[in-house]
Design a protein around this ligand. Structure first.
Ligand code: 13P
Length: 261
């Protein structure tokens, strides 16, 4: 069986105090209310709150009791040096960060991140033992023109298919249709399943059946407490990458508890 994962992408939200309140509430309530302990919960706050997130992620007296894992939202494609404002994978690793989102559509769209940069970021992360959560997805106009497979196929091929099989098998993929992000327009479970199955098939063609079988593929894009259950019930959807609904403990925990029992 594949891993079940729910990751919260906080984006650029929460002041220090708000972040502490939410992390504290999440830790306490995940401890008590998470129904299926096999679901991996990942929280990706802004960099500034990584240390605090790490301090609050497990039981004070028993560090093996982990409520959520800590991730971040981006990483530099460079290893170190004169790159003002950037944060390297080695720095993240030294702060015990375990996961990092790469190639989010907002980075691609507003910061011009290319597939080649995604490939370099993934490489940096893997070298530093951090699991990349790599985003792909089409814009509304791509879908209207029937080009969703072409766009996602290119993102996979140019961003990821240069990896050796063992490295590729360490990834998490997130399908995030850009037209569904922050719009309240969730893809239907059928639309999402169609793309997830297609992505898995592309992985199978490139890396074989076994790797395709184990890679988690998450859905992101207005996934919320109401829509998560039907999405997660699809055979190729292994969980969610959650934006807006990860900013509220009630919604986020409801999503974590949305897998079929
Ligand atoms: P929303 O859940 O707010 O649509 O954002 C999705 C997303 O971009 C997660 O990375």
């Amino acid at each position: 069986m594949r891993r079940k994962i729910v990751a919260g992408n906080w984006k650029m939200n929460k002041t220090f105090q708000e972040a502490e309140d939410l992390l504290d509430e999440l830790a306490g309530r995940l401890n008590e209310e998470q129904e299926d302990q096999d679901v991996e919960v990942i929280v990706c706050p802004p960099y500034l709150y990584v240390e605090m997130a790490h301090d609050l992620c497990s039981d004070e007296d028993d560090a093996t009791q982990v409520y959520y894992s800590v991730g971040v939202q981006d990483v530099s494609e460079h290893d170190k040096g004169a790159h003002t404002g950037e944060v390297s994978a080695a720095m993240l690793s030294s702060m015990d960060v375990e996961y990092c989102i790469v190639g989010h559509s907002e980075r691609r769209r507003y910061f011009g991140e290319t597939d080649a940069q995604v490939a370099r970021k993934v490489e940096q992360l893997l070298q530093n033992e951090i699991t990349p959560i790599v985003c792909c997805g089409e814009q509304a106009e791509d879908r209207e023109a029937g080009k969703q497979f072409e766009v996602i196929g290119r993102q996979l091929k140019e961003g990821l298919f240069n990896l050796k099989p063992l490295d590729f098998s360490r990834l998490i993929i997130a399908y995030e249709p850009v037209w569904a992000i922050g719009t309240g327009k969730t893809a239907t479970p059928e639309q999402a399943q169609e793309i997830h199955a297609w992505i898995r098939n592309q992985i199978q063609e490139q890396y074989g059946k076994e790797i395709a079988r184990v890679i988690p593929i998450l859905y992101g894009g207005s996934c919320n407490a109401k829509t998560a259950k039907d999405l997660f019930a699809q055979p190729d959807i292994d969980g969610g990458l959650i934006g807006g609904a990860s900013l509220n403990a009630d919604d986020f925990i409801a999503i974590v508890n949305s897998f079929d029992k």
